[in-house]
Design a protein around this ligand. Structure first.
Ligand code: PFF
Length: 450
């Protein structure tokens, strides 16, 4: 079984790929805008706590199960199950995971298409094709469909090349570019008037806003979304890691990179909003709340770039280029989930699996675009707010209760012979068994009760 499967060629390659999956629109768009309107540093704190105490242990569950099984989530959960009932539940969890991953990609590709369109608009503006630039930035079915398809084609192109030549090669190229452009933008924004006000909002905590049950559920969803958990993405990436790697360390590095980029993006987006305010752009809603989400990215920031002349065109290009890269390294990890499943469970060849699944997902995106008001928000909430944490809950149960503890230890020993004496082994097994599932359920119960 091992020979036809791909494997990451190096630790760097794996970290770039897994961090590439984790770092996406969720970090650079979702996190800063949520922090902006939900108590600044207090939201940051809740997010950090959840990321380290819940998301990291859940990430480890996926990576360890994946590497042990060297297979997709459905067959991996089957492999570690001792009886047929648990095997069936494991298969079902894996299958639901790949369906959820596909639906996440179906809305993600739409948003990523907008990023590509804004990137192209900056180029059009530079060459004074003003009519084209306007069309590219306005919401229309033709633009949305066209750019969703371009983005899906890029995703399909990379995934059809396989693990090393596709995922690893492109993540290792794109992630350093992402980091460089993000740092460049942060430094530039800090030279502009008004940036410090944004920094203040970001760094001064408002605990009253951040500690509501609704917000904690949101932050939990955000943390799971941000680390690409629950749908089997990290499990499948884990299945491509070499046995020599020390999993708790590489998983920790991926978590740190993910959080670092989200926090860094906050240093870009919040100050940029206040620079916009300083330049006369409205950033508050009628009720006095900070504008957030799509209005921020697609209205406030482009209007800010407009006030900056030629520099603004360049900054706009770099910003949307950065968003497009972030989206692409994440979308490839989503597509790999159904693709790996189809290759391994049904013996289909990679290229064919990628094309067929890519077309099906593009069709789902088209249906969403044709019923945008009704479906867009619904698909996002159903997949990211509810399905991801609940599926993550299942992975924790399988790692904590179903899988035999001695086999689990044996898997961890491959990369670190002394692992049973580590802090990780002292805390994590009980933690993933009791604490993680309990907290996930508690947060859910609270959100359902009101
Ligand atoms: N982690 C990505 C982000 O923060 O944008 C989103 C994501 C990627 C979710 C892969 C789920 C997934 F399987």
């Amino acid at each position: 079984m091992a020979s036809p499967r791909g494997e990451f060629s190096s630790r760097f390659g794996f970290i770039m790929a897994a961090a590439g999956s984790a770092v996406g629109l969720g970090n650079i768009w979702g996190f800063p805008t949520q922090a902006a309107s939900n108590g600044g540093a207090a939201f940051l704190l809740v997010y950090l706590v959840l990321a380290f105490t819940l998301a990291y242990p859940a990430l480890m569950a996926e990576l360890i199960i994946g590497r042990h099984a060297h297979a997709n989530a459905a067959s991996a959960l089957r492999l570690i199950s001792p009886n047929s009932g648990l095997r069936r539940i494991g298969t079902t969890t894996g299958v639901i995971g790949f369906i959820v991953a596909s639906f996440i990609l179906s809305f993600y590709a739409i948003v990523a298409g907008w990023m590509l369109a804004h990137c192209a608009a900056a180029v059009a503006e530079l060459f004074r094709f003003d009519g084209l630039a306007t069309w590219l930035t306005e919401f229309s079915l033709a633009r949305n469909l066209g750019f969703m398809l371009v983005f899906m084609a890029l995703t399909v192109g990379i995934i059809s090349e396989g693990v090393q030549q596709g995922i690893e090669r492109w993540s290792s190229r794109l992630m350093p570019m992402l980091l460089a452009s993000l740092i460049l933008l942060v430094v530039y924004v800090f030279t502009l008037d008004g940036a410090v006000d944004g920094l203040r909002v970001y760094l001064l905590p408002d605990f009253e806003r951040a500690l509501t049950p609704d917000l904690i559920v949101k932050a939990l969803g955000a943390a799971f979304f941000s680390l690409s958990l629950g749908v089997g993405t990290m499990l499948i990436y884990g299945s491509y890691i070499s046995d020599r790697e020390n999993l708790p360390v590489v998983g920790g590095l991926v978590t740190l990179v993910d959080i670092f980029i989200a926090v860094l993006a906050g240093f870009l987006v919040l100050p940029a909003m206040y620079v916009a305010l300083h330049n006369g752009v409205e950033i508050f809603t009628a009720t006095g709340e900070l504008i957030s989400e799509d209005t921020l990215i697609f209205n406030v920031l482009p209007r800010l770039f407009d006030t900056m002349g030629l520099a603004g065109v360049l900054v706009g290009f770099v910003f949307f280029f950065l968003m497009s890269i972030a989206a692409l390294t994440s979308s490839i990890s989503m597509l790999e989930v159904p693709v790996a499943y189809t290759i391994e469970e049904h013996g289909v060849d990679r290229k064919r699996a990628v094309v067929v699944i890519g077309i099906l997902i593009a069709l789902a995106s088209t249906v969403i675009l044709l019923n945008f008001e009704l479906l867009f928000g619904l698909v996002i909430a159903a997949t990211t707010r509810y399905s991801q944490p609940l599926l993550g809950f299942m992975f924790c149960l399988y790692a904590g209760w179903v899988w035999r503890r001695d086999q689990l230890l044996q898997e961890l020993r491959k990369g670190n012979a002394m692992v049973e004496h580590s802090l990780f082994w002292k805390i994590w097994p009980g933690y993933v068994r009791v604490v993680c599932p309990a907290i996930i359920l508690l947060i859910f119960a609270q959100s359902l009760l009101g």
